[in-house]
Design a protein around this ligand. Structure first.
Ligand SMILES: *Cc1c(COP(=O)(O)O)cnc(C)c1O
Length: 378
């Protein structure tokens, strides 16, 4: 099966992990800081806080800005559940905004419509690896005194105009799960230009304790104070060693991802039965995902059948995503509420993710294209 996404590990990565395992610090050590500095520098942010998942990063970001009971945070309906779950972790309410049906990016005008007196923040998702409309989102956030958070778990290395994702929103969250651009096994990072939020997130990932183990060792003291209720969201040094090693290859990987997307685009050009979602400027796109729409009124097979037939041919297609509010947990929470996201509901029946990762060979790309042509001709 050709996976829709997967990691690439080389001997440099393995050596870096082994060196970290042989060092004094397995966690909370110098490799964590090194990784934080490297990612923050790469995206052009002044602070980076590494945690043990992207989800932990979202949770830490919302805690740092003080999201609490009854607050509302606007999130796109078309995203991984973690985006909305992180709002629930704070006993706050995720409010679902619609997306554009061509790009699947959050629609700023719908965000604006859904603002109430309780709204405190917006989480924008750079879907598939394309940056959202940050000019519009920033303006809305400023006008309504909201914090703008980017869930950029799809978009490490993406750009908007001439800025890297990571330097556009007030806080930006990345994931280092193996299907994402670079991996630490599990892991995540929040980057921000705000020093106070940086400090709060460092406490939050360490039980809400004001100092960490290494700081106490330096000060030769045993005493510490827990100031608020935090979590153990710490990431290990050997994971960060892997991340720092992977980051060095990211620029080449982005080139390869764009290259594969171009091959797909060329092959599917002019088809009415399947259309890639719109990609904006391809040179700024990070291509975590390559998503097509299987057009109901034009395709010989519908999305669900296409999924089955392609899987049978060894193509690891997938669906990103079912709208968050269609999951049983959210249906139980909200009942049969109308979320006012007609575009999300419409595209949810048509989207299909084709395999795309930096380790794919030209032969594998050709095999995917041939299988797609075969299935849609049948
Ligand atoms: C991967 C992902 C997350 C969560 O990241 P984890 O590291 O798996 O916790 C959150 N949001 C989006 C959009 C993602 O794709």
């Amino acid at each position: 099966m050709i996976a829709y996404g997967r990691q690439s590990i080389n001997s440099d990565d393995i050596n870096a992990v082994v060196r970290a395992l042989e060092s004094c610090w397995l966690t909370t050590g110098p490799m964590v800081e090194e990784f934080e500095t490297a990612v923050a520098k790469y995206v052009g942010a002044s602070h980076g806080v590494a945690v043990n998942s992207g989800t932990a990063g979202l949770h830490a970001a919302l805690a740092a800005i003080g999201i609490a009971n009854g607050d509302e945070v606007i999130v796109p309906a078309m995203t991984f559940v973690a985006t909305a779950n992180s709002v629930l972790y704070r006993n706050a309410n995720p409010i679902f905004a619609d997306i554009f049906s061509d790009s699947l990016l959050i629609d700023p005008s719908d965000v604006e419509r859904k603002i109430t007196s309780r709204t405190k923040a917006i989480i924008a998702v750079d879907f598939a690896g394309q940056a959202c409309d940050y000019d519009a989102l920033k303006q809305i956030a400023k006008k309504n005194s909201l914090v703008l958070i980017a869930d950029a778990c799809h978009a490490l290395g993406a750009e908007y105009k001439n800025e890297k994702v990571g330097n556009l929103a007030d806080m930006t969250v990345f994931s280092f799960h193996p299907v994402k651009h670079i991996t630490t096994g599990e892991g995540g990072m929040v980057v921000t230009g705000n020093q106070l939020w940086d400090q709060r997130m460092r406490m939050f990932r360490n039980h809400g304790i004001a100092s960490d183990h290494r700081q106490r060792e330096k000060l030769q003291t045993w005493s510490y104070e827990m100031l608020e209720l935090g979590f153990n969201y710490r990431i290990t040094d050997f994971q960060c060693a892997l991340g720092t090693s992977q980051l060095k290859r990211l620029p080449n990987w982005l080139v390869r991802r764009r290259n594969i997307a171009n091959m797909y685009n060329k092959s599917f050009q002019g088809r009415r039965d399947l259309t890639p979602i719109s990609q904006g400027n391809i040179d700024r796109h990070a291509f975590h995902l390559y998503v097509i729409r299987v057009k109901k009124n034009h395709a010989r097979v519908d999305r669900n059948l296409a999924f089955k037939l392609l899987r049978n041919l060894g193509i690891g297609v997938n669906v990103h995503y079912s709208p968050v509010y269609t999951h049983p947990y959210y249906r139980n929470l909200y009942g049969s509420m109308n979320f006012g996201c007609p575009n999300t509901d419409e595209v949810a029946q048509e989207i299909l993710t084709l395999p795309l990762h930096h380790g794919m060979t030209d032969e594998e790309v050709a095999k995917v294209i041939a299988a797609v042509e075969n299935v849609f001709a049948s």
